[in-house]
Design a protein around this ligand. Structure first.
Ligand code: ATP
Length: 601
């Protein structure tokens, strides 16, 4: 029986860049090159010299032919050959040098583009990452940047030199014989119309192709990082099917886009030959009418071929040009993204936090018009442990996200030690708040470097002391290379509890003034939980801490518990006070307690 497939809903709108005109995008891309004005001017100068010398070769040839046709003078012939050789060597040297300089400029331009993109992504606020599929984002930094790189390396220099070549040829042609010049150029509107038509038709298909590649990378990233779930549910075939779907769409778009772009090659070839034939015909007639000599016509036949070269080159690199424009559009769409959370112009660094936190009538929504928190107010005194509990989706993590200013609120204020967090520099605030997330995240690096990530100037001894305080030292010593053991991605070669202990140790290295713990003890056995709890208690000592707990036992000793339901704080007090109230918290606690008793029984 055929296995039914769960069709993946592709979020094709995500990451879709706003449509800017191709010309504007190209000009912006060029801006990365033109900022090296000095080098570019030198490159243009060298190109002018190289091209002029190159164009002198057919001219010398024509002159030589004219001289030869009047008298066979060996001296003159030698003179012509020497001039042609000097022009050829000079042209080669100038073009070689410009090639060296432009290669350097293009590499710098690329480096700047990639750096800008990565730096900009680092500057964006969390809400951007909520909207943007991570895989597609990664595709922009890698694939789109590579498409642009290929164009920069392969085609941009060519376009520059060919444009200069074109200008020179046109000047030279008009200088030599305006009738033949006009004849040679008669065909150019046809060339232009053809290139215009091809870019109009295949441009959107290239956009589609780059979009498909982005989706493909997104799917790849998501599937591989969720491979354990894919295997657990036996959905490998499904994953392959989804991959094939997008891959097939990318292939079809690729074939279509490249086919149309490549069509330009044979057509430009035919047009060039037609042009040469036309010049030969008109040239022959002019010679017969004594309006031109044979040498000039020979020179023109060469020029006509050279005249078509820049246009043919543009046509040949059209696919690369169009692909790079649609990649650049995606990259610029990210670069144009404004960080949602911005420091006020007069924001000041947050002084060392003592831990007095006040929520004052806070309203908040992730999406406009869909309120999540309503009129939330509470106070935490320095050194207090505040527990947050409530049903799933109630808004516990949201409150925590607001303390660190991951998102801005709609109404009200959040005040720490008398300073509104909207008046201080966000970095200086976050640096003082440590967070232990439910899902610990570690980097593919050594244990020591993972610990030092929290504070780059921490010494090895400080990291080891933190690991000891976090009850992580013993298991680290048992790792194959102890503190120098390289963790696999996200710490995949450690157990859940060990990862949790490492993230606690990492936070101890940071030595934050305030602590946030998001269900840090779930999914581990009782003994590990005890070790984690002990480490967390050390971490919380003397620091204001916020603890999100599903198992209420972890916050029984809290100085104050906030019970959250549907975005509102419905009860607050100590465990004893809340139990005495016999309301929501009481029910919640009793249901968990009964559950535990039943499990033991
Ligand atoms: N990034 C987001 N964008 C839009 N809505 C969100 C976002 N994060 C959370 N929400 C919504 O906000 C509400 C509160 O979510 P929150 O994560 O704060 O709940 P919670 O109490 O921490 O739940 P849990 O105990 O399950 O972790 C939920 O309805 C959720 O769907």
């Amino acid at each position: 029986m055929n296995k039914p497939f769960l069709h993946r809903q592709i979020n094709s709108k995500a990451g879709k860049p706003p449509q800017e005109s191709a010309g504007k995008v190209f000009a912006r891309l060029l801006g990365y090159v033109t900022r090296y004005v000095g080098q570019i001017l030198l490159v243009i100068l060298l190109l002018l010299v190289g091209t002029a010398l190159n164009l002198l070769i057919p001219y010398f040839l024509g002159e030589g032919l004219n001289n030869l046709s009047s008298s066979l003078n060996l001296k003159l012939l030698l003179h012509t050959v020497i001039l042609m050789t000097i022009a050829a060597i000079g042209s080669w040297a100038a073009l070689f040098l410009q090639g060296l300089i432009i290669a350097k400029v293009l590499q710098r331009a690329l480096y700047n583009l990639r750096r800008d993109l990565f730096e900009h992504i680092q500057s964006l606020s969390i809400n951007f990452f909520d909207r943007q599929p991570i895989g597609e984002l990664m595709s922009s930094v890698t694939n789109d940047a590579e498409v642009i790189a290929t164009f920069f390396r392969g085609n941009l220099n060519m376009l520059l030199s060919e444009s200069i070549n074109l200008i020179f040829i046109v000047i030279a042609m008009f200088w030599l014989n305006w009738r033949l010049a006009i004849t040679a150029m008669l065909i150019s509107p046809l060339f232009m119309a053809l290139l215009g038509f091809i870019s109009r038709v295949s441009g959107p298909i290239f956009d589609n192709l780059q979009q498909n590649i982005g989706e493909l990378n997104g799917l790849m990233e998501e599937t591989v990082s969720g491979e354990k779930v894919v295997i657990a549910y036996g959905q490998q075939l499904e994953a392959v099917y989804n991959f094939q779907q997008i891959s097939f769409a990318a292939m079809e778009a690729g074939i279509k886009a490249r086919f149309i772009a490549l069509l330009s090659r044979p057509v430009t070839l035919v047009l060039t030959n037609l042009d040469v034939a036309l010049v030969a015909l008109v040239g022959g007639l002019l010679v017969l009418n004594n309006q031109a000599d044979v040498g000039i016509v020979a020179t023109f036949l060469q020029y006509t071929r050279q005249f078509a070269i820049p246009i043919t080159s543009v046509a040949n690199s059209l696919d690369s040009l169009l692909a790079s424009i649609s990649s650049a559009e995606r990259v610029f769409a990210i670069l144009d993204e404004k960080p949602a959370i911005v420091d006020k112009p007069n924001a000041f660094p947050m002084p060392p936090i003592q831990g007095h936190v006040v929520f004052k009538d806070v309203d908040f929504s992730y999406v406009q018009g869909r309120p999540i928190l309503k009129q939330n107010s509470f106070e935490a005194l320095p050194g207090q442990k505040i527990g947050l509990c409530g049903p799933t989706g109630a808004g516990k993590s949201t409150i925590i996200n607001l303390i660190t200013r991951y998102y801005d609120i709609d109404k009200g204020d959040i005040i720490i030690d008398g300073h509104s967090i909207y008046d201080v520099q966000q970095d200086s605030l976050r640096r003082q708040i440590g967070i232990v997330l439910q899902e610990p995240f570690l980097f593919s690096d050594t244990v020591m470097n993972n610990l030092r990530y929290a504070r780059l100037d921490a010494t090895d001894e400080e990291c080891i002391t933190a690991a000891k305080q976090a009850n992580a030292h013993e298991f680290i010593l048992r790792l194959p290379n102890s503190y120098n053991t390289v963790l696999t991605e996200r710490g995949g070669n450690l157990s859940q509890g060990q990862r949790q202990l490492l993230t606690i140790a990492r936070m101890m290295v940071a030595n934050p003034r305030m602590v946030i713990l998001d269900e840090a003890t779930s999914n581990v056995d009782t003994r590990t939980e005890e070790r984690i709890q002990q480490a967390l208690n050390r971490l919380m000592q003397g620091r204001t801490s916020f603890v999100i707990a599903h198992r209420l036992s972890t916050i029984r000793d809290a100085d104050r518990i906030l019970v959250i339901k549907a975005g509102e704080i419905i009860e607050t007090g100590t465990h004893e006070e809340l139990m005495a109230q016999h309301e929501f918290y009481y029910d919640l606690y009793m249901s968990q307690f009964k559950g535990k008793v039943a499990a033991i029984a």
